[in-house]
Ligand binder design. Structure first.
Ligand SMILES: [Zn+2]
Length: 284
């Protein structure tokens, strides 16, 4: 009388040194491990080793093809957990005008899911920290580098600053949608910066040096006598500097001088920023 399929499976599990809950994946791992130790090529064609290898192959086949029986009560056997990649996070990054123009380091502050430090993401159902989910929410404050001249609506992708993975899985990425606050005195088009300097009529007639606010700080420009209102001066290289590999692009700063015509404009001039404006309004 032929052996019952269950008996064959039990015998094969014993050959492969596996628990009753083992399925095809574990059978394959066990077979490879054991087969390595009795491969005839490694033992000069030893017939005993060859027979053992045939037995292992047969046991592997039987376990792979037989239905998995559940673990006996009170005996829990789990396979090693699969690595789980952390999710990507999406946040908005608000930069002021100068930060976006100059670039540089920015300190971020946001919340993300990390592997539970209490149970080391063992997903213990009685863990009070994570309630068995294996993850907890935590604040993080990484420093990131923003490239100079970043534009409104650009997306910065930062590898592995998203949610932490579990069981050795890679962390997700952080995606930042850039929005840039406007500046009271400066405008931008590509890498070039634009501003206005409001000056009194007498100042334009006499000429002299005035201070101009640029993204790199205040710069002096020299006004020749009898400068007409509406004239634009160019400060070469005082705009945004953008580097791409070995290649460097430099924008310019364009400042347009305007005569102040009436009392209302003088008040506006006081309210807008830039020393040139206030110096002119004081009649210096
Ligand atoms: Zn936990």
């Amino acid at each position: 009388m032929a052996a019952q399929p269950e008996d064959k499976r039990k015998k094969s599990l014993k050959v492969l040194d596996l628990p009753e809950s083992a399925g095809p994946a574990m059978a394959r791992i066990a077979f490879r491990k054991l087969a390595f130790g009795c491969h005839p090529d490694l033992h000069g064609g030893d017939p005993a080793k060859a027979r053992q290898l045939r037995e292992l192959a047969e046991a592997h086949r039987i376990v792979s093809e037989s239905p998995v029986s559940g673990p006996p009560p009170g005996h829990l056997w789990t396979s090693p957990p699969e690595p789980v990649r952390g999710r990507d996070l999406h946040y908005r990054l608000r930069l002021n005008f100068i930060q976006a123009a100059l670039g540089g380091e920015v300190l971020l502050r946001y919340g993300r899911q990390i592997a539970c430090p209490a149970c080391k993401s063992g997903k213990k159902s009685d863990c009070l920290e994570c309630r068995g989910t294996g993850r907890v929410q935590a604040g993080t404050t990484p420093r990131i580098r923003v490239p100079s001249g970043i534009e409104e609506g650009e997306i910065l992708r930062l590898r592995e600053l998203g949610e932490e993975g579990l069981s050795g899985g890679r962390a997700g990425d952080l995606h930042l949608l850039v929005s840039i606050r406007s500046h009271p005195a400066l405008k931008r088009r590509g890498l070039d910066i634009y501003s206005e300097a409001k000056l009194s009529g007498s100042r334009l007639r006499e000429g002299g040096s005035i201070e101009v606010l640029t993204i790199g700080g205040e710069r002096q420009i020299h006004l020749p006598p009898h400068t007409f209102s509406g004239k634009t001066f160019q400060l070469k290289g005082a705009g945004i500097v953008r580097r791409a590999g070995d290649f460097t692009e430099r924008g310019d700063h364009f400042v347009r001088v305007e005569a102040i015509r009436n009392e209302a404009e003088i008040r506006d001039a006081y309210l807008s920023s830039g020393r040139a404006v206030s110096a002119a309004a004081k009649g210096r």
